[in-house]
Ligand binder design. Sequence first.
Ligand SMILES: Nc1ncnc2c1ncn2[C@@H]1O[C@H](COP(=O)(O)OP(=O)(O)OP(=O)(O)O)[C@@H](O)[C@H]1O
Length: 630
Amino acid sequence: MSDDVVTRLKNLEALVLSLKEDRAGCAGQQSALDSLSKTLSPLMSKHAKDIKHYFTLMLDAVSKSENADEGLEVQVSLILSQIESEFRNLAQNVASMVQTVDTQCRESTQHEFQEQVKLLKQNNAEFVSALDKFASAQDKFEKDQFEKDVELISQSNEIARLKSALYLAQSQKSPEKGADDANSTENVEYFKQQLESQKAEIDSQKAELESQKESQKAELESQKAELVSRHQEKIGLFTAKYRALFEELATAKGNIRVVCRIRPAKDASAAEMIKLENPEQNFLVWTTLRTSYQNDKSREARDFEFQRVFGGDETNHDVFGEVRDFAISAASGRVCTIFAYGASGTGKSYTFTHKDGLIQSYIQLLFELSEEERAHYEYEFRISAVEIYLNRLFDLLQTPANNAKAEIRLNAESTTNLDSREAAIGLLERILERREVASTVQNATSSRSHFILTIKITKRSLTNPNETPIKGQVRFLDLAGSERVGKNSLTGGSGPQQSLVYDQGNDINQSLLDLGKGIRSLVTKDNFVPSHNLTRYIRSSLSHGSRLLIVATVSPLAGNQNNTLNTLRWSQDAIGRPSQGKLVTQTRAPESVSPSTAGGSRQRGTSAVSSKTSTPSKKSAPPSPSNFKR
Ligand SMILES: Nc1ncnc2c1ncn2[C@@H]1O[C@H](COP(=O)(O)OP(=O)(O)OP(=O)(O)O)[C@@H](O)[C@H]1O
């Protein structure tokens, strides 16, 4: 087929050449024909070559295509015949053009000849476009061939499927052949099995995916748990370091501490009577509190020593800051006790139970600690509240019907769990109300009894069940007022009333004496046998390793000097310091307090007394470890 086209083209070329020869004599047109021939001839032969090349490619492709069927061949033939007809037209055009040239050669005009040449060129362009078409037809053919391949593959699959279905149908239709029946059943079984196995495979893939998903999830969970545990470990380490620092600080401060709290003074001249000597306080240097009181003959200045003195401008928060470590020590298994000791109205309750009081702050801190460590430890808090009056114990958690106090034997107090900070604060309020009401019923003021609130802490390891639980406690003791009571100092009525006041005074003195001895025995390590129920009840607070804080509360009120001195003396005595304080100097009694000193500032650390005394102020040496630390 291709040869035919090439032959035709060659013939066409030959025709042009012969035309040229025939018209050799035609003057004027000879050169035009020459140039036509020169242009057309190589063009024709080039295109002929191209066409031949494309045809070869195409036929080659067709012959190589194993799957080529009849339809494909028809398609190719169609394309080729289309191309051929294009060339045929072209050849005709050229032939007619040559014919025209030939005619015009005779009656020629220059103009017409040029027109014909133009036409020739146009025809030539058509020829080129035909070639382009051919090229794109070839592209299409290749694409079609690919699609055809795909189609053929799917068709062959479909055919296979149809064939087998047909086979199946035929074999089922066949009435006479048992073997075919068997085959048919086999086939059905086979397809069934195939289906089952495919389903099983899909199921197993699904299961595998699920298990991969599960294992990835487990892996992620374990990574997360590891991160959390590392994080908690870090927190744990940090907390442990923090605790250790607190313990160090607590040890440096000593197991027995004594501080003084001065109630804000209403009376400026009275404020002059209790003054701080060394303004810059820190726990390594004892603070000197100087009292300046008029006695019968003269004005007397005495120095008392405390690890810290809280002035009238300092808050409960400041006091808590000094003994915060007690909560941490208690959570680490120690028994920590805070005593508030002072005359009635000096601020003991304010320090302990005002809305930002020490008890509230400790409750808050204990719950914070349990929250911080909840990944490793389970905390349990149990509370008890007892009042001791005339050596008798009353349980403030119990509420007898008659609204009286529930008297109990030693160690028979009830306890209750504290589940949350809010519940604990609510319970505290009820206990305090109970204390007030019951006091009236018992005809005793709160300052005539000792009030003891204990929070017992049990800390159990969650990670190691074999670990022994840690047990500690924080105890608050609001001691009975230190004001002097007795036949000579406070009559408080006559008859039974006076006798009661006398008994109260005696009991308070005896209990405080016993308590003082108990505290001192911790320093001296003497054998101590308690004689009062107060000391018996708080025995664990006086055992080895326990921590004590005495907060001596004083109020700089005119006429309050005996109560103040009484408080200061008891607190000094309890820790083995000279109970009378250190006599500084004796001055003449002033006529009156001058306005400049009367308006003495309440600022922490000011020292009006020292400026008036001849002895220069001095700092005390820190307590010797053998005396104040165990
Ligand atoms: N640091 C202080 N700042 C402000 N007010 C205070 C301070 N200390 C005590 N007060 C006030 O002084 C009054 C008496 O205080 P508080 O009841 O605490 O004394 P108390 O020593 O507990 O007395 P009592 O032994 O009779 O119960 C209260 O009104 C209290 O609010």
